[in-house]
Design a protein around this ligand. Structure first.
Ligand code: MV4
Length: 445
């Protein structure tokens, strides 16, 4: 039994995790950097330990400091949240060896899925469709050009150690290939310490559809339905919804099954997300797997009624899944808007003091945040202030409810993306389902 968990994160996700811990009777340890001493997650934790100065590298990414905090507080589990150490296989492995339960999959699963080429290979073995592309790392530019001509332009060169949109280069023609390829290789080396890149056909107009899955330590895997995350800017998601709208039932069933097959193929043993590219002709292709709890998990919680964070703890604690696929019922439609401290048109960060804030409530509305009046939004971390999540019987009801919730939301002191979301909820391309990954590049909300 887990008694005390250290939450190696900050902001809304640290608060979110502590809420589930409190309900499960698990004591919580918060960690914080010096500028976060007044943060909500510090106040909410049963105990809190300062782990270093503001810079993430010296605090939330500081493994020795976090291990020391685990030691002095006698925590028997550590939840990494998302970002920071969440997909750091070495950290998960240290925890395993240390006898501290890492609330996530095995370090082995994190390592395997962290290599995007290995991940492609692993799921291809069980006949999950992958984006047409190279089957191994491409080291020679001439070989890359040859493969790209076979695949057909445009292609995209991706870093094996990248993911989430980091370390990608789109190439439109053979003439620009060599240059782009060599740049991608050297950028991969400097960003990740690994130069390996692979090549995929680039789909200009596609949707980013992902499947939430859940596997235990006994080999059972279920899915919790899908989500659409196509509305992104610079690979930061802005709006997510569940289920992914406008997908024919027959294709959706194949997609969900492919996600479960992929998770089974790699012995996946916690909650995770399988990302697909859904293309206009109705085909879908595996992109990569995320081995963490994701920012957008509440839309899935809304349509399934399952506390995904609680399940993470139960699985890591060695319990069997309490659900079979037939026990999971998807109901209604959920949308999440990310409220960032940013200029709503240019998306430039807007740190500062929250002078006042008032959150929406009422039927079908959830707010996950860690801000309060007087809170100072630091510039050292990402600009997410909170998430507005609504649930309705169908997509149109969810959109109406989101409009209502956005109208009730008041945040003074910093600029926020609220106005962007209001425009989006009135944008007919969005409301009628013409959502593509290049939406933000093409359309003006
Ligand atoms: C792609 C793609 C099109 N073709 N791969 C971005 C996040 C990462 N997980 C995978 N991503 C993409 N990979 C191929 N072969 C489109 C995306 C993509 C995207 C690209 C440009 C602008 C916004 C995007 C949003 C989601 C996905």
């Amino acid at each position: 039994m887990i008694h005390k968990a250290l939450i190696a994160n900050r902001g809304e996700i640290a608060v979110r995790i502590m809420r589930s811990c409190r309900e499960m009777g698990i004591k919580t340890v918060g960690v914080y950097s010096t500028i976060d001493k007044d943060a909500m997650h510090v106040r909410m934790a049963d105990q809190a330990v300062c782990i270093g100065p503001a810079a993430s590298a010296d605090s939330y990414l500081n493994v020795p400091a976090i291990l020391s905090a685990i030691e002095i507080t006698d925590a028997d589990a550590v939840h990494p949240g998302y970002g920071f150490l969440a997909e750091n296989a070495a950290f998960a492995e240290i925890c395993e060896n240390y006898g501290v339960k890492f609330i996530g999959p095995s370090s082995e699963a994190i390592r395997l899925m962290g290599d995007k080429i290995e991940a492609r290979r692993a799921v291809q073995k069980v006949k999950v469709p992958v984006v047409p592309g190279s089957d191994s790392a491409i080291t020679e530019e001439e070989e890359g050009l040859k493969i790209s001509k076979e695949i057909g332009f445009p292609v995209i060169v991706k870093a094996a150690a990248g993911g989430g949109g980091r370390g990608m280069k789109i190439v439109h023609s053979p003439a620009s290939f060599i240059n782009a390829f060599l740049t991608a290789q050297s950028e991969a080396l400097s960003a990740f310490g690994i130069a390996d890149v692979y090549i995929e056909k680039y789909f200009e107009q596609a949707r980013h559809v992902e499947v939430q899955i859940m596997g235990d330590r006994f080999g059972s895997v279920v899915h919790l339905g899908d989500r659409d995350c196509s509305i992104q800017r610079r690979h930061q998601k802005l709006i997510e919804e569940a289920p992914a709208p406008f997908i024919p039932a027959r294709i959706r069933n194949r997609l969900l099954k492919a996600a479960v097959d992929a998770a089974v193929a790699v012995n996946y043993n916690n909650v995770g997300t399988i990302e697909f590219l859904y293309v206009p002709d109705g085909e879908f292709y595996f992109l990569e797997m995320n081995t963490r709890i994701q920012v957008e998990h509440p839309v899935t919680e809304a349509i399934t009624g399952i506390d995904i964070v609680r399940e993470q703890f139960r699985i890591a604690d060695g319990k069997k899944l309490r659900y079979e696929q037939k026990d999971i019922h998807l109901r209604g439609h959920s949308i999440e808007c990310r409220i960032n401290a940013e200029d709503p048109e240019k998306f430039i960060p807007s740190p500062g003091t929250i002078r006042s804030c008032l959150f929406p409530g009422g039927f079908g509305v959830r707010v996950d945040t860690a801000i309060y009046p007087g809170y100072v939004v630091p510039s050292a971390y990402d600009s997410l202030l909170g998430k507005l999540i609504v649930h309705g019987d169908d997509r149109n009801e969810a959109i109406s409810r989101m409009r209502r919730a956005l109208d009730e939301l008041r945040i003074d002191g910093v600029q926020t993306t609220t106005e962007f979301h209001k425009k989006m909820m009135a944008n007919t391309d969005f409301t009628e389902g013409r959502l593509w990954t290049n939406f933000m590049g093409k359309a003006r909300a």
